[in-house]
Design a protein around this ligand. Sequence first.
Ligand SMILES: C[S@@+](CC[C@H](N)C(=O)[O-])C[C@H]1O[C@@H](n2cnc3c(N)ncnc32)[C@H](O)[C@@H]1O
Length: 230
Amino acid sequence: MPAQASPWYVHAAQRLAAAPAHALVPPQRMEWSTHREWGPGAEMLGRELCGKRLLELGCGSGHNAAHLAQHHQARVTGVDLVGLQVRRARAHYGHIDGATFAVGHALHHLRVGAQPFDAIYSVFGAVGLVAPELLIPAISRRLVTGGVLAFAVPHPARAGRHPSRDDRPREDYVTMPDRSRLPLARWEFDRDRWAVHLSRAGLRISSAVELRHPHLDPWPTTLLVTARKP
Ligand SMILES: C[S@@+](CC[C@H](N)C(=O)[O-])C[C@H]1O[C@@H](n2cnc3c(N)ncnc32)[C@H](O)[C@@H]1O
């Protein structure tokens, strides 16, 4: 399917039609869940991020990349499949030192480049949306020794669902700004299945945190996984 037909393109087009993107002040926190100002923050990527090279896979409009560049002095590249999203990210945060945005498929971006990263992360981005048996080894190849992979995915047991019993993707939906829903394929693994894929690619799982807002969520909504390259 061409990128222009993907639900992510429709999502970005609706957002831009509703409001033109303009320069923003980067958020005070890194967010891993759909709830703002709650849950873990940038510490999931390592204690000292100043000067570190970070890569975000599926950066959307760039809020987390901008936070990491502005508040932690990291050098962050945000990659997104959809040109319109990258245009929004640059309009919002193109003025922030250390934040760079590029258009591309995460897998292609990882495979064509050679520059190593101290941490690679995804917040409801490419991890979980691209075949893990291809994406995780490509990520591992671009991490330095000791480097961190961290990713947040929709929790596989949210809203009464169950984690996949095999390595195949399942049908899910993305809700558009106008509340319509478009289908997409998503890999919905539990902690143990992610650990197997990470291990095959030479990464060691360090944590898998289930995020569930104590007052707002009836079940865990987000699975936040971290791994390290030994
Ligand atoms: C739910 S949004 C999350 C955006 C951002 N990480 C955030 O937290 O606001 C998912 C983003 O991933 C991007 N994306 C999906 N598949 C991708 C891929 N294969 N490579 C790069 N970006 C991808 C989409 O275009 C979209 O902008």
